[in-house]
Ligand binder design. Sequence first.
Ligand code: SF4
Length: 116
Amino acid sequence: MNTKRELTCIVCPIGCSLVAELCDGKVVSVTGNTCPRGKVYAETECVAPMRTITTTVKCKNGEMLPVKTATPIPKEKMAEAMEIINKANPDLPISVGDVIIESVFGSKIVAAKNLD
Ligand code: SF4
């Protein structure tokens, strides 16, 4: 059975309106994308949506450190991932790219700012 799903591409700020056509749970066509990244986004979003997390953690000295997932994680794991990330309490100094948590649902959590 064919179904259509309307999406807004979130890969870049343009936000193209996409329509994905699915047949038996598989994406068979994507329209509305103005670049190949939109097609990949729609295909992933319809089958196994992924998200990047950007948030902050409190360092031992009380300063807030911006952190992010190094690679996207499954969308349905975001709440659980936030519970894990919120428990981090790193020591300074920290440089951009330092690993704050080794693995959260398949992604490292890395620092997004230098803090001395
Ligand atoms: S399809 Fe391409 S141009 Fe359009 S929002 Fe997605 S990434 Fe941006």
